[in-house]
Design a binder for this molecule. Sequence first.
Ligand code: XCC
Ligand code: SF4
Length: 628
Amino acid sequence: MAKEREIQDLSPWEDAQKMIAKAGREGVNLIWDRLKDQTPHCTFCEQGLTCSKCVMGPCRINPNGGPKKKYGVCGADGDLTVARNFGRFVAAGAAAHSDHGRDLLETLAAIGDGKTTDYGIRDEAKLERICTELGIEVEGLSVRERAKALADLFFEDYGCRSHNVAFGGRAPQKRKDIWKRFGCTPRGIDRECVEMLHRTHMGVDCDPVSICLHASRTALADGWGGSMIATEVSDIIFGTPKPVKSMVNLGVLKEDQVNILVHGHSPIVSEMILAAAREPEILAKAKEAGATGINIAGLCCTGNELLMRQGVPMAGNHLMTELAIVTGAVEMVIVDYQCIMPSLVNVAGCYHTKFVSTSDKAKFPGGIHMEFHYNNAREKAREAVLMAVEAFTRRDPAKVEIPSKPMSITSGFSNEAILGALGGTPEPLIQALQAGKVRGVVGIVGCNNPKLKHDHVHVNLARELMKRDILVLATGCATVAMGKAGFLEPEAASQAGAGLAEVCRALGIPPVLHVGSCVDNSRILHLCAVLANYAGLDISDLPVAASAPEWYSEKAAAIGLYAVASGVYTHLGLPPHILGSSMITSLALKGLDDVFGACFAVESGPLQAAELIDERIKAKRLALGWSA
Ligand code: XCC
Ligand code: SF4
């Protein structure tokens, strides 16, 4: 496809550029090729003004085009159409995170019921702590009984519950009061998602503002519900992350080893693959096949899960998933769900790479389906790894190109690790904030989007923020960008402003902390709540912000909205499909401030975005009586 110049405009990274060129030579169709074919996009859809929610339509609404297309067949106008579409968009994202959380929960319940020996409890102390936090009397209960009791409590969070989800109790009282006042207290997690589907059926909720408030409630059920459960239960089962060294970029692939990439989101399958790859008998088979070992590396968020807890190297983020296979050095891509482009099956088909799906809810025609459950996972993982070993014997050395040297990174900054580094209390961080050594904290999160130059906004925004003494917490695909730029190492403190650099050096931490996968944005929410509660403030009083500079997914929209509804000013690099309604657009960019004390900002330029975020942080600091 692209010429050299064009390739440099797509991605700044050596590994990406080399693999885009290689794909071009080998005739492999990539995400950028398909984006070109799809451009220009439908302008009605781009603005959120198409509706296909019933068979009287589909309808295209044109609010400014005279009387003819002002209304859909049912009479819905542009504002309602945009709101209904956005509401469903957010509900789909919340459902994805929360259903992932449910899988962890079912595993926890199986452990409690003694129905699995493949999984167990690695962090008993955290299990006890969370049980106690949520009012479960642990005295006299065995570990298994505690697991069961906690699982039962969380199952209720998913159902018809009509009061706050359990972890909603972590939010400051002022925040809970705001939720109550506007009817946004998140109740049952599934309930909010289903209610959104109901409300947006033809002829139910016809008030765009009311739909947007319910969208906020649905998003909050994700952030303080489904995602937070996913994070905390993952820690209980697989261990709470602590600082760990690792590597990032396509250079983590090894020419002389069997390379297996885990892709998707949940640690349930990927942890088992890792365990199987470390078994001596399986390693012996790899040696017999002529490999020196078995190398597990991650893509996207399941990669983040393994990196945070096990130090497993990270091969790449969303825009690197096709390119990883193009190296010709990958024996297997094994996936669970979410963000796995269906194109990967075709790219794998161009090489010796096996594409394996594992979840009953995510099947990929053309791939191999091996269904994993809590009672067969260990055995299935062995089977899969042996299949990869076999594929190694069919690797074509002429097609192999591993394009770069890996960058070293530090990961594992759970809240437990962060607070531990601070001596067990948020006090030193509050003091550093108050003194202006750390002027604020910003979460840079989310995906890549081929409409924007790969990782460009992530990296330049983070660079600019740390210069201004703003500590960055990174999750999701943004983490890979940070790692490749060298920001995840303590030495990067030299690129930070004097105050932040001093704090980083004192604690031995990088100026950008890797705090996990996308469901782990709940760690950031929790940290905000801990800080606010400690200081007797609401989250919206804190000098904090969020940014999803290169987002693409419904899940990212849910995250952005729960951040705002929790009181965190949130920058987006691209707008969602809402611009067809000036009412919804101004609600997002301004009106929400009056409701939640936070709103969205949209800006694709990293320096401009840094400026906006900094302005907000300044205003929050001044309001607290601190220096700007
Ligand atoms: Fe986005 Fe979540 Fe997916 Fe990466 S993996 S593309 S949602 S950042 Ni979490
Ligand atoms: Fe058209 Fe209304 Fe049906 Fe949507 S719900 S397709 S706007 S008639």
